[in-house]
Design a protein around this ligand. Structure first.
Ligand SMILES: [Zn+2]
Ligand SMILES: [Zn+2]
Length: 417
């Protein structure tokens, strides 16, 4: 996931991709391919091992040149000290909030702060992630307005900018065009990327991502225009004033506990999806990408930790196959919304499609695979050897024109309107 809090909320030093990119939204020129990567091929009967070897060598050479095109630009990392300073201030205030819980006996306010974090979390997971970034389902106007307000409460940039960064992350995962490229280390993927200037590839490739659907939604357009009015009201004013008037809490506790501490903790919850869920866990569906399935991250991030699955099938509204509602609150929320008619056309993946993918490219950790391989993978080694040939089949979500026919036809649509 791609919260770009400081990245352009505090725009000063961050020269983000210009908003004009909506007008330049050329779809990526990467060729549409079948779902099957050539590296995953098994020799047909009669196809000699030598021929297969030759094919793999050819693929590897093509892969190398494609990777070079993305990664060989001269680049010197530039730290944005202003953003670093803002993060230091935020975390200092959050720590003071932590102290106040104990000093002022503010446990109730902390609980209320957690409820705000849940609302903000849904704005991110159900809203800007599964609905707007991936088009994994459709939502009626009241739900879209609710999710927009929740997303503003989370203060991770406007829906438009969040979606753009996130689509780039999916489309160019683990290359320099990935805003939080996990190949640059855990800290960079977690929050370091918000403290330095974007790699030129991020801007360049970002312009190729189609964002026309995002701007066609009046709710998104409205938020984009008034973000710096809506966001402070939703993120800081209302969350602070509610306990002040209703519980008679001190303004100090309201600000540091319900606003700053809650905000800092919820940011780290989201960031874990970019960091931990690209490092520590299993790869049951695709062993050639860095993202993993992590139960712990799923609990913290309301169901967004099934990240290996999610990168393979980003257009599934559940963003995961395994785990029940307790590991995926967002899916429980969306199923409820579907029941009351607010969410519809929820797309998911058939069991058959999942099993085929598990057999073809999984690491053997899927429950359906009897012979569970050991998964002692060296992360840095894996990231350095990532199979960028799969870049051709990476998609950001349902409306990506590069999605293969097999996936499109095999998708299950729940509650078609
Ligand atoms: Zn995603
Ligand atoms: Zn990811």
């Amino acid at each position: 996931m791609a919260p770009n809090l400081i990245g352009s909320t505090f725009l000063i030093a961050e020269t983000a991709i210009t908003n004009n990119d909506a007008n330049n939204n050329k779809q990526t020129t990467l060729a549409k391919t079948s779902c099957k990567s050539s590296n995953d091929r098994v020799p047909n009967q009669g196809e000699s091992a030598a021929a297969m070897q030759q094919q793999l060598a050819k693929t590897s050479a093509q892969t190398q040149s494609k990777t070079d095109a993305v990664t060989q630009k001269p680049y010197k990392m530039e730290i944005v000290w202003f953003n670093v300073m803002l993060f230091v201030i935020l975390h200092s205030m959050a720590l003071y909030g932590l102290y106040l819980i104990w000093a002022e006996n503010a446990y109730l306010e902390f609980f209320i702060g957690y409820l705000y974090a849940v609302l903000g979390g849904l704005g991110i997971t159900a809203g800007v992630h599964r609905l707007w970034s991936h088009r994994a389902y459709k939502a009626k106007l009241p739900l879209r307005i609710f999710l927009m307000l929740c997303q503003s409460l989370a203060f991770q940039n406007s829906i438009y900018e969040w979606c753009r960064d996130h689509r780039v992350h999916h489309k160019f995962t683990d290359t320099n065009a990935d805003p939080h490229n996990s190949g640059r280390g855990f800290f960079f993927a977690h929050m370091g990327w918000l403290m330095c200037k974007k790699h030129p590839d991020v801007r360049e490739r970002g312009k190729t991502i189609d964002m026309s659907d995002i701007l066609a939604d009046p709710v998104v357009k409205f938020q984009k225009r008034l973000y710096f009015l809506i966001m402070p009201i939703c993120c800081f004013v209302i969350p602070g004033l509610f306990p002040y008037y209703v519980l008679g809490s001190s303004l100090q506790v309201c600000f540091f506990v319900c606003s700053m501490l809650r905000y800092a903790l919820s940011l780290h919850g989201t960031w874990l999806v970019n960091s931990a869920a690209h490092f520590y866990g299993m790869r049951p569906y695709e062993k050639n990408i860095s993202s993993v399935d992590s139960k712990v991250v799923s609990v913290i991030a309301f169901g967004e930790g099934w990240h290996n699955y999610h990168h393979v099938f980003p257009w599934d509204y559940k963003a995961g196959e395994l785990g029940t509602y307790q590991y995926n609150w967002t899916t429980a929320f969306l199923d409820f919304m579907a029941r009351i008619g607010q969410a519809y056309d929820l797309k998911s993946v058939s069991n058959e499609m999942i099993l085929k993918r598990v057999q073809r490219t999984g690491d053997g950790s899927h429950p359906s695979v009897q012979d569970v391989n050991n998964n002692n993978v060296n992360i840095s080694e894996l990231v350095s050897k990532l199979d960028h040939d799969n870049e051709e089949t990476l998609v950001w979500g349902w409306d990506d024109k590069d999605i293969c026919d097999e996936d499109r036809k095999g998708a299950v649509h729940k509650k078609e309107e």
